[in-house]
Design a protein around this ligand. Structure first.
Ligand SMILES: Cc1cc2nc3c(=O)[nH]c(=O)nc-3n(C[C@H](O)[C@H](O)[C@H](O)COP(=O)(O)OP(=O)(O)OC[C@H]3O[C@@H](n4cnc5c(N)ncnc54)[C@H](O)[C@@H]3O)c2cc1C
Length: 298
């Protein structure tokens, strides 16, 4: 019988619940490839039930308080084990004078069901490296970077260099993703995120995030990123180049959406066809641009 997402976990494993980042990295150094980090477990437990992963040591991040904290001194640093729900609440309660990460807040708000939002974490969403990870396009448009720590080393990697292929990142077996850093956006920045999925509690068929920095009626800077349309979350560079320096109009947004749709490499799968993804990408990039432009005014 083929394994399914509903059967009981058969393999035996040892469960570790460290209380510091150092203890977690010591465990990773000790057990290497036999160990697996568990943050919320919403991807990992499914993969274990499907018998795609059989770690003999599970290292839980639940008790490491430093990984659940969000700090904001100019730039924002988000602990990797921050849940999608906690992040949404943090971003929604920011005073209007602080910078807004509206696209990221939208991605958190549309993230599956409330149960998943409470368990799933930001770090888990990135480390799982699904092309459909909702937060990834948002973090790509905000020029985010990630801190990767081992017992003896620490490195900061721009998110643009983090994803290698579906399910693969530059993360080494002995490394823990500890924080996600987002630089403070320039004044007059607006952003937006749009996700299309079969039902609300599903990963996307296509999603797009956009950031615009405005100067009068002109686009001074911009980023456009998409999910579920390439082997990894993807930045549409040609579309961005065609947008920057132009006077913003709805016609321009339409044209940029079409350019972005030409850059992607979607596939046919159970959630959508290649052609559907291509058509929808053009529309949601256009609409996200319109939202981001409007928000860049305030
Ligand atoms: C019903 C359902 C609905 C879902 N809906 C969505 C959705 O709408 N949008 C979406 O994007 N995703 C969705 N997902 C996928 C999943 O919830 C997310 O990817 C989630 O963010 C994963 O976080 P987690 O904390 O649960 O990760 P886990 O399952 O704990 O970990 C995922 C992987 O990352 C590794 N890992 C986790 N944290 C770290 C770390 N700090 N350092 C190193 N490695 C780490 C783990 O070892 C594992 O390999 C859904 C899943 C389910 C089951």
């Amino acid at each position: 019988m083929l394994p399914t997402n509903t059967h009981i976990l058969f393999p035996e494993f040892e469960y570790h619940a460290p209380t510091t980042i150092y203890e977690a990295t010591e465990l990773l150094a000790q057990y290497g490839d036999d160990a697996r980090i568990m943050a919320g477990g919403t991807d990992l437990l499914v993969q274990m039930k499907m018998e795609r992963r059989e770690p003999s040591h599970i290292i839980s991040l639940q008790r490491i308080h430093a990984l659940h904290a969000i700090s904001q001194n100019g730039d924002i640093a988000i602990g990797a084990a921050t849940s999608i729900r906690a992040l949404f609440q943090h971003l929604s309660n920011l005073p209007p004078s602080t910078f807004r990460l509206t696209a990221l807040a939208e991605a958190c708000n549309w993230f599956s069901t409330v149960q998943i939002m409470y368990m799933a974490t930001l770090g888990g969403n990135l480390c799982n490296a699904s092309p459909a990870a909702d937060t990834a396009p948002c973090l790509l448009v905000y020029d985010a970077s990630v801190t990767l720590k081992s017992k003896t080393n620490e490195r900061v990697v721009p998110l643009t260099d983090f994803f290698l292929a579906p399910g693969k990142t530059v993360l080494r077996a002995e490394e823990l993703l500890t924080h996600i850093q987002i630089p403070r956006p320039a004044p007059n920045t607006g952003s937006g995120f749009i996700k299309i999925s079969r039902v609300a509690a599903d990963i996307s068929q296509v999603c797009a995030a956009v950031k615009i920095v405005r100067e009068g009626n002109v686009v001074r800077d911009a980023r456009i990123a998409l999910g579920s349309v390439a082997p990894t979350p993807f930045r549409a560079v040609n579309a961005k180049t065609a947008l920057v320096g132009e006077t913003f109009t709805p016609e321009l947004a339409e044209r940029i959406g079409k350019i972005a749709a030409q850059e992607i490499q979607p596939i046919d799968d159970v959630r959508a066809t290649r052609e559907y993804r291509q058509r929808v990408a053009a529309v949601i990039v256009r609409d996200a641009l319109l939202k981001a432009w409007e928000r860049s005014l305030s």
